[in-house]
Design a protein around this ligand. Structure first.
Ligand code: HPA
Length: 274
């Protein structure tokens, strides 16, 4: 058994001691978007600190736990809070929670995040469907011994974000009266925000929104054959677009201001997704 798979099995065992809940859909909630977890008709909750070998988040606004329960009539597991590379974890640790959601039974993973808008047509408060990503500025989470039990050594990334799920997200937006942007998300390591020149460069490369998560989780989920959908909440315009400095308080405040819209979209999507 590969080392990573062995670690995952230990973590899985800790969870299975507490619950035999089998989710259909796994959801990660980005900065300031954790309120959705309160809409879950909760069956059980497990803190990352109670799971053997699990990384524990340290950022304010990211409390790390799995919430199991029913949302819009579907069985979900929700990652409330995630761990980030900038906290000092290895990328293989950063993707443990998403891998565990898959091993618990989830076949569909919805990844959400707070992101800076690089596309100047965007405005703070917009929601963006992720149609593709750029991963080349962060370490690949699959570096190291390949866990063959999960997937192949050289996985295809031609369509990381499932086309049917993108279309269902668009249908949910139409049904709930929400306008969505669609674009390319780029992950950077953080924790510092980008410079105006870096943002100009990233725009040239084809990125529409920048953040510090999601891409590595999408790669790991895709590697193990899960269907992935992603939604970014554009919490601020990226550096240099507006004449104002960036800060985490603004990110959390914008995410909080759009939480009703975000929750409506996700709850409808979860109800109809197939
Ligand atoms: N840059 C990177 N990550 C972010 C941003 C940003 O502007 N906003 C929220 N997360």
């Amino acid at each position: 058994m590969s080392e990573i798979y062995e670690q995952l099995q230990k973590a899985l065992k800790s969870i299975r001691k507490v619950t035999d809940f089998v989710p259909e859909i796994g959801i990660t909630l980005g900065s300031g978007l954790g309120g959705l977890s309160e809409k879950i008709d909760k069956v059980c909750e497990i803190s990352y600190k109670d799971i053997e070998g699990f990384p524990v988040s340290t950022v304010s606004g990211h409390d790390g736990k799995f919430i199991f329960g029913n949302l819009s009539g579907r069985k979900v597991v929700c990652m409330s809070g995630r761990v980030h590379f900038y906290e000092g974890y290895k990328m293989s640790e950063v993707v443990m929670p998403v891998r565990i959601m898959g091993l618990l039974g989830a076949k569909i993973i919805l990844l959400t995040n707070a992101a800076g808008g690089i596309n100047t047509d965007f405005k703070p408060g917009d929601l963006m469907i992720i149609r593709d990503h750029i991963s080349v500025f962060v370490q690949n989470p699959l570096i190291g011994q390949n866990p063959d039990e999960l997937g192949v050594r050289f996985p295809d990334m031609s369509s990381v974000y499932d086309k049917a799920l993108i279309s269902q997200l668009e249908d949910s937006a139409a049904a709930t009266g929400i306008t969505l942007q669609k674009g390319v998300y780029i992950q950077l390591t953080g924790p510092s925000y980008e410079t105006p020149t870096e943002i100009k460069m990233l725009r040239t490369l084809g990125a529409d929104a920048a953040g510090m998560s999601t891409v590595v989780e999408a790669i790991a989920a895709n590697h193990m054959g899960l269907r992935v959908a992603g939604v970014s909440c554009i919490t601020n315009m990226a550096a240099g677009i507006l004449d104002q400095p960036l800060n985490h308080e603004e990110v959390k405040a914008t995410a909080d201001a759009v939480k009703d819209k975000f929750e409506r979209l996700v709850m409808h999507f979860v109800q109809v997704v197939h």
